[in-house]
Design a binder for this molecule. Structure first.
Ligand SMILES: [Zn+2]
Ligand SMILES: [Zn+2]
Length: 328
């Protein structure tokens, strides 16, 4: 199979030929049709995250078709369309797993990070962590649901019943989460890079009541702010934008350092939390939402061999919506 490989020596993926992986017990062999490009992939390639296996095939927003089953697999058959997310495996017996918080498992495996992912023509995945996907989305449209949508949704859930939601960084995750928040009857305020008129128009088109630069003050105080931009300086800005008792939720795996700020900006029971990974329950809940409300998924498709271009466009902020690699 063809694969794009990260060997850790430079921030570039190398196109290689590798033997097809063989499914072990409990695993699916999947013909990959599309794989989303997540900001986490960029953090891996840029060396911001220290734990990838090396070499590794990145990619954890995988959409494909089951080609073969390992021993003992139930719930999937050859020919089924399937999605593979970031959470690739959990131990099932640590105190986090036992408490229903498998996103914090002590011994997890992550797709495209500690096990090979979907920047390839084939992949194997633990069937217990794979999802059936809503039918109304094409393979390319479905790919961003698997992380941008899914972990974006977990970020929104942590905002509780907040009615006025600010979203900082209007990329792949934000454009999906904004639509879910609107379906839930919330009001969305979108913050983009200052002066990014295209991103602000995009946000308004998807239902944002207001869109402006991240240096601007929203017209009303927010009940919650979701941060998808990996910029620590936005944390104090978001805390200033939320009202008493409000919450700031950081949705990314990595962020530049947060500058110091006066305690008064956190005072009055404002909260600052992060989101880590996903649970399978998040996945089931979010896929049901995506099936019920057809979400508008904005994508730019690249052939697999152009994965480095997709990463470069994401790094430079040149994308509207999500980048997705296609294998055929
Ligand atoms: Zn991701
Ligand atoms: Zn565990």
């Amino acid at each position: 199979m063809r694969a794009m490989l990260f060997d850790g020596s430079s921030p570039v993926l190398h196109e290689t030929q590798r033997p097809d992986p063989a499914p072990r017990a409990g695993e699916l062999l999947i013909d990959v049709h599309a794989c989303g490009v997540c900001r986490t992939d960029l953090h891996i390639v840029d060396g911001d995250l220290s734990e990838p296996k090396r070499p590794v095939i990145p990619g954890h927003e995988i959409v494909g078709v089951v080609a073969a089953l390992g021993a003992g697999v139930t719930g999937f058959a050859p020919g089924d369309r399937v999605g593979v997310p970031w959470l690739g495996h959990t131990c099932g017996h640590c105190r986090f797993c036992l408490a229903g918080r498998e996103n914090l498992c002590d011994a997890p495996a992550f797709t495209g990070y500690t096990r090979d992912g979907g920047y390839a023509e084939r992949v194997v995945a633990d069937a217990h962590y794979c999802f059936h996907l809503p039918r109304q989305y094409s393979d390319v449209q479905a790919a961003p649901l698997l992380c941008a949508g899914l972990i974006g949704y977990r970020t929104l859930v942590l905002a509780g019943d907040a009615a006025r939601i600010g979203i900082y960084g209007f990329g792949a995750a934000a454009h999906i989460v904004a639509q879910v928040a609107r379906h839930q009857g919330r009001t969305v305020y979108a913050f983009t890079r200052p002066g990014d008129d295209d991103a602000q128009r995009f946000a308004r088109r998807l239902g944002a009541a207001w869109a402006g630069g991240s240096d601007q003050t929203p017209p009303e105080p927010l009940d919650a702010a979701l941060l998808f931009a990996p910029v620590g300086a936005l944390v104090p800005a978001a805390l200033r934008a939320v009202t008493k008792g409000g919450i700031v939720v950081c949705g990314g795996i990595h962020m530049s350092d947060i500058p110091s700020f006066p305690y008064a900006w956190l005072w009055e029971e404002r909260r600052l939390v992060s989101v880590a990974n996903l649970t399978r329950e998040d996945g089931a809940t979010f896929m049901a939402i995506a099936a019920r409300h057809t979400l508008e998924i904005e994508t730019t498709a690249y052939p697999l061999s152009r994965a480095n271009d997709a990463l470069a466009d994401l790094r430079a902020g040149r994308l509207t919506g999500a980048a997705v690699l296609t294998m055929r």
